[in-house]
Design a protein around this ligand. Structure first.
Ligand SMILES: *Cc1c(COP(=O)(O)O)cnc(C)c1O
Length: 220
């Protein structure tokens, strides 16, 4: 485990008042505990089954974020405990999260995932789709969901100009939505962007949450 890298990324992140999510997918409980014992409490997983298995055996004060694509029929497994769902990409999924949150008598923090990459494979709303959703006041139907901001993934490329532009465009959309639809709403404040390869650019462009895995835990 790379303690020095952890300390460095944590320092870079807290310097700009952002938070580091340690992405622990495929990593074992002891590996996670190693970071936990250095003070890390925020962990991210991309699969529901892996998330629930780890949550059951690891310390209860870990805040677990789901960062990967979420199928509606699996929402019920994480609804009792999940700290935030980053990957909300449809109105149907919002409805399901709301239903399960209600059953658990809680409000589940969520981010709307926005498609910013120049790739077909990544999930998410387009900026136009998210505008439409908000214009139609659809969120009023989901009182047990707290929309806390946006999440996005940049294109998997070496082109740093392109990555920076994609992050900047997500930040711009975030600012526009905040002003237009969430003014006075204290929940809407998170911008989740940046992974091992591009977190520095993400922090420069205004990320409040970065999701870093392989740089902390080593290759998967
Ligand atoms: C795996 C994953 C990450 C972290 O990726 P690394 O390159 O290992 O830092 C971030 N976000 C999502 C959605 C992921 O699935």
């Amino acid at each position: 485990m790379k303690n020095e890298i952890y300390t460095q990324i944590l320092e870079e992140t807290t310097r700009v008042n952002a938070r580091l999510i340690a992405v622990s997918k495929t990593k074992s409980a002891p590996e996670i505990l190693h970071l936990y014992h250095q003070g890390q409490r925020l962990f991210g997983e991309n699969k529901v089954q892996e998330l629930t298995e780890k949550q059951a055996i690891l310390p209860l004060d870990i805040e677990w974020h789901l960062i990967g694509h979420l199928q509606r029929n699996k929402v019920k497994f994480i609804a009792p405990f999940v700290g935030m769902i980053h990957s909300v990409d449809s109105e149907k999924l919002l409805a399901e999260i709301n239903k399960e949150a209600m059953k658990n008598e809680r409000i589940i923090p969520c981010l709307l995932q926005i498609h910013i990459a120049d790739e077909e494979t990544k999930f998410g709303f387009s900026p136009d789709e998210v505008m439409d959703l908000l214009k139609q006041h659809k969120l009023q139907n989901f009182p047990n969901v707290a929309i806390c901001g946006l999440m996005g993934m940049a294109t998997n490329t070496e082109n740093e100009v392109q990555i920076t532009q994609e992050f900047a465009s997500l930040k711009k959309l975030f600012d526009t939505l905040k002003e237009t639809f969430f003014s006075g709403n204290p929940h809407f404040k998170e911008l989740s962007m940046g992974m091992s390869s591009d977190y520095k650019m993400a922090l420069e462009q205004g990320a409040t949450l970065i999701r870093v895995g392989s740089l902390l835990f080593g290759k998967r």
